[in-house]
Ligand binder design. Structure first.
Ligand SMILES: Cc1cc2nc3c(=O)[nH]c(=O)nc-3n(C[C@H](O)[C@H](O)[C@H](O)COP(=O)(O)O)c2cc1C
Length: 414
């Protein structure tokens, strides 16, 4: 019977344990978590989502405070088009977050940055270029293009000196998305070094509509693999979404996957950024407590715990401090929904907004509890203490469980 450890992810001459811990913004996949993955010989991700906030938390910088100070005069104004990111500061924050993580890296693995296109930041192209280039400047091993089709992303950095040496990959949820990306990027004469195929059971935003339940990861992976073989394209495929045990992973590796990307099981580890109290909500969740809804202003469905404080919260938009989801015209679907409720309830001190959420603020505060479909199985991965709480795991424990387990077994902590 095979184990994950019988396989290797190959990038040129470099061989890695074929376990990739997926990016989880905002700082849920912390530098500490990514560093553990690299130390253990796999691939870890940090995320550049809301990087200024993350840098402030990690390094005591004042990026967010400074931005709020600059735009405070605009907080009552529904038009947020004046709220622009300072590109120099964006570069600085990214270099700090990524650079300090790379400096701390030990072991034979790699650290990638997860870069979501949907963070349009009131100037999509300019900010994305800075985010990608700064991560490369700071020495990241690779970049995973996420949450978007990224049709122009390779072109944005094709002149960067590391464009051909860093590992660059993309997350897709269909063959069509991959074909589009390859067609649009062909001019740069560079294929992605890997493709993460994310199915409908993943955490975070989904690359499917509300009919997500009709799709199946193994079927999508097989379709993409068959097409790559027919086109004689040799690109490592990394399935993601609902791979909960080492045996789940082995079945993909035996069918030609180069590695697997996993995340949910690491949400209840010490190295994960979620506060310990929130981690207990993840442990205790039942299947009925997990929904896919449309409260994210990005327009993508998102999976989360129904008890997330973000759902229904009617806080004032915080774009002057954050503003990561402002589109090219300074709009965000939450601002529209919030203003509608305020207009419908004149004089009310507080409003509730059910259809959208202020994702920046709530992700920043760990109040949007996004999670994978199998979160309800996390209780089977640990021990319950006498106080009714579950024991938080180490990332090493979970990583090794994926790496060495057989027979769908899950090792419990000592
Ligand atoms: C809490 C959480 C947050 C996530 N955030 C992101 C994100 O910011 N960007 C992204 O591309 N994927 C995100 N994902 C998806 C993961 O990177 C990964 O591909 C997927 O969840 C793997 O499936 P699994 O959780 O069933 O193991 C997130 C997943 C979780 C569980």
């Amino acid at each position: 019977m095979k184990r994950v450890d019988d396989f290797r992810l190959r990038f040129g001459k470099q061989e890695l344990v074929p376990i990739v811990i997926g990016g989880m913004g905002v700082d849920i996949s912390t530098a500490d978590l990514a560093l553990e993955a690299a130390r253990l010989g796999g691939v870890g991700h940090i995320s550049d989502a809301m990087v200024k906030t993350v840098a402030d938390r990690r390094f005591n910088t004042k990026f967010v405070k400074d931005k709020l100070k600059q735009y405070k005069y605009n907080v009552e104004n529904p038009d947020k088009s004046v709220v622009q990111f300072d590109l120099g500061q964006l570069a600085e924050a990214t270099c700090l977050h990524v650079g300090k993580t790379m400096e701390a890296k030990r072991g034979s693995g790699m650290i990638f940055v997860n870069c979501m296109e949907k963070l349009t930041m009131n100037a999509p192209k300019e900010t994305l270029r800075v985010r990608l280039a700064s991560a490369l400047d700071a020495g990241v091993d690779g970049i995973t293009l996420a949450a978007g089709l990224h049709l122009g992303s390779f072109a944005l950095i094709e002149d960067h000196p590391r464009f051909r040496d860093a590992k660059l990959g993309i997350i897709v949820s269909s063959l069509r998305a991959l074909q589009l990306f390859l067609r649009k990027s062909a001019r740069t004469n560079r294929l992605p070094d890997y493709v993460v195929v994310e199915g409908p059971l993943a955490g975070g935003h989904l690359g499917f509509g509300m009919d997500w339940a009709q799709y199946d990861l193994a079927t999508i992976v097989a379709e993409i693999r068959a097409w790559l073989v027919a086109e004689k394209l040799d690109i490592p495929l990394i399935p993601a979404g609902g791979i909960f045990t080492g045996s789940d992973a082995v079945s993909f590796l035996e069918n030609g996957a180069a590695a697997v990307q996993v995340a949910t099981r690491f949400t209840v580890t010490e190295e994960c950024g979620l506060p310990a109290k929130v981690q207990q909500h993840y442990f205790k969740a039942s299947e009925a407590d997990i929904v896919v809804n449309q409260v994210s202003p990005t327009g993508y469905p998102m999976r989360m715990l129904t008890s997330s404080p973000a759902i229904g919260s009617g806080i004032r938009p915080n774009c002057e401090a954050y503003g990561y989801l402002l589109d090219a015209h300074g709009s965000c679907a939450y601002i529209t929904a919030y203003n509608r409720e305020v207009a419908a309830h004149p004089g009310a001190k507080k409003v509730s907004v059910m259809d959208k959420t202020c994702l920046c603020t709530h992700m920043r505060n760990f109040d949007c509890w996004t999670c994978g479909h199998y979160t309800y199985r996390l209780k089977d991965t640990s021990r319950k203490d006498e106080d009714g709480n579950y024991r938080i795991l180490s990332a090493e424990h979970v990583f090794h469980d994926y790496q060495y387990s057989t027979d769908n077994k899950i090792a419990l902590p000592d």
